[in-house]
Design a protein around this ligand. Structure first.
Ligand code: HEM
Length: 296
């Protein structure tokens, strides 16, 4: 059994908060290590999934192969903001009261070295829809294929069971979406909102045509665990994809943003990313994050 953080593979929770932290200006190795140790006690990999950013690894003088900050896509025809962070926590709860306590405890535990950059308030919509009404996750790999897509294997203790997560917070413009007919909306995605069926006549800009995982060479599979979010009068989709490197996400995003063939994904006609960041999710050991590969 691979020692992974179980929340990565589990079904979406009803309520979630995606927390990102940056290093405090005064943070040093000693304070970062003690804050990480305090945080680790709260991380069971299920109610809290933890991931580390490249600035934290650098401060600790450590490297994990392939971990770097998201830096946009060269040649993109649309803005792809890069918003690096040192830490990422995905709090997953069935109940909002517990979520509030979990968030408070994590912020306190991290406070010796990390400051909150953003807390995204997310939730499950219906059976797993984006707020546009389209079902998300249909083409996610399942069972063994999900393990193979999301989790590092065959690299040894401290690395096996780890995952590379790409995160983007997208802001929807519902007025623009709702100004379109049902058929025009379906063309943006390449699936019918009514029954989730894919249709061949969809234009090349349709999202599922841009991102068809088998169409890349090599194939580009990810395990998506995205959730809708809202804050006051704004709302959108918090895109989250786990994989064994950042290759698949970058290959998909390169095609979505027009850098490959000049065709921009239909999604961009009603939504845009506000953030973009990469993190490494450590494996687990005895119910806590296994940080042995970074010297802890
Ligand atoms: C606002 C942002 C986004 C929304 C609302 C969205 C929504 C959807 C929907 C409705 C589907 C079809 C059902 C499914 O197979 O899950 C889908 C498929 C997919 N999306 Fe997205 N998506 C978003 C962003 C992204 C991004 C940024 C990427 C990667 C860079 C991505 C990668 C994929 C992949 C790989 C598939 C499955 C394609 C296939 O193999 O058929 N999506 N998305």
């Amino acid at each position: 059994m691979l020692p992974f953080q179980p929340g990565i593979l589990q079904a979406l929770p009803q309520h979630a908060s995606f927390l990102t932290f940056t290093l405090k200006p005064a943070a040093d190795q000693t304070s970062a290590i003690s804050a990480l140790k305090a945080l680790s006690v709260l991380v069971d990999g299920e109610r809290v999934v933890l991931a580390l950013g490249s600035s934290l690894l650098q401060l600790l003088g450590q490297q994990i192969a392939g971990v770097h900050d998201f830096a946009g896509i060269s040649g993109s025809l649309v803005p792809l903001p890069a918003t690096p962070a040192a830490l990422w926590c995905w709090c997953r709860e069935s109940e909002r009261g517990e979520l509030a306590h979990q968030i408070r405890r994590l912020i306190q535990a991290a406070a010796g070295a990390f400051q909150l950059q953003q807390a995204v308030d997310a939730f499950k919509y219906d059976s797993g829809r984006d707020l546009s009404g389209y079902e998300d996750g249909t083409e996610n790999p399942e069972a063994d294929a999900a393990l193979a897509a999301a989790l590092v294997q065959g690299q040894g203790a401290g690395l096996d069971g780890a995952s590379y997560v790409a995160v983007q917070n997208w802001l929807h413009d519902f007025d623009r979406l709702e100004a379109l007919s049902g058929a025009q909306q379906d063309d943006l995605i390449g699936r019918h909102k009514s029954d989730n069926a894919e249709f061949d006549e969809a234009p090349a800009s349709a999202h599922v045509k841009r991102t068809a995982q088998e169409s890349f060479s090599p194939e580009a599979f990810v395990l998506r665990r995205s959730m809708p979010w809202s804050a006051q009068d704004k709302a959108g989709f918090h895109f989250v994809a786990f994989a064994t490197s950042f290759y698949a996400f970058e290959a998909q995003l390169r095609r979505m943003c027009g850098a490959e063939d000049g065709i921009v994904d239909g999604l961009f006609s009603f939504t845009k990313p506000l953030s973009g960041a990469y993190f490494w999710c450590p494996p687990m050991c005895e119910g806590r994050p296994d940080l042995s590969r970074i010297g802890l």
